[in-house]
Write a protein that binds this ligand. Structure first.
Ligand code: GRF
Length: 202
């Protein structure tokens, strides 16, 4: 068990549509979102943030972003469709005494399968019978880091990638909120397996 971060306010990082961000805001996290950060001024997610009356910040420059997060006392970062790879320096700035980072990400596959872009398409094109969703802590490796939660779903009857995506996004929106709830309550158990930090819910 860790100290609960029940008073923690966090920043959500977005690059595009922002459906995960919006789902988190609507799942009761709105008042905990201290800032919505985007690398793209045209990101639709920013419009959603403004509609929810949340502060936004646009920059591609990590040093500028880090300074803004520090200024606002933000201790936790939630990536939601953020398309940039965070640098080692950025990741280290959010390292916890537990050894894990305080940066969460959601990825549309059952990691470590199908990292990178278009993961639902990768699974569909491969002929997978099941696709998945992973919520994990971020390390300075693409879609790597301790896994917090995963869920699979059947795609055997999906005729297109967009069907897979529709099914997957519904799971993403629920799973991210559920995971963030217990993460912020500090219901975390850390253990090292074969040199790799693993985090599970207690
Ligand atoms: C989601 O599939 C998420 O898992 C991935 O990028 C997509 C972002 O969608 N990291 P949205 O911007 O949250 O709608």
């Amino acid at each position: 068990m860790n100290a609960p971060r029940t008073s923690a306010r966090f920043a959500v990082f977005v690059s595009g549509r922002g459906s995960n961000f919006e789902a988190l805001a609507r799942a009761g996290f709105r008042d905990r979102i201290a800032l919505v950060v985007s690398d793209r001024p045209e990101a639709f997610a920013l419009e959603k943030a403004r509609a929810l009356d949340l502060p936004t910040f646009v920059s591609k420059d990590e040093k500028t972003i880090l300074a803004e997060l520090a200024r606002r006392g933000i201790s936790t970062v939630v990536l939601a469709g953020y398309l940039r790879i965070l640098s080692r320096e950025f990741v280290e700035a959010f390292r916890d005494p537990s050894g894990a980072t305080r940066i969460l990400n959601i990825h549309p596959s059952l990691l470590p399968a199908f990292p990178g872009l278009n993961a639902y398409a990768q699974a569909f094109d491969y002929g997978c019978k099941h696709a998945g969703v992973t919520v994990h802590l971020v390390e300075a490796e693409v879609d790597g880091g301790p896994i917090l939660a995963q869920e699979t779903f059947s795609i055997e009857d999906c005729a297109s990638v967009s069907e897979v995506e529709t099914r997957g996004l519904a799971i993403e929106h629920r799973l991210y909120a559920e995971t963030l709830e217990w993460y912020l309550r500090g219901e975390l158990h850390y253990e090292t397996k074969k040199g790799r930090l693993c985090v599970s819910r207690i």
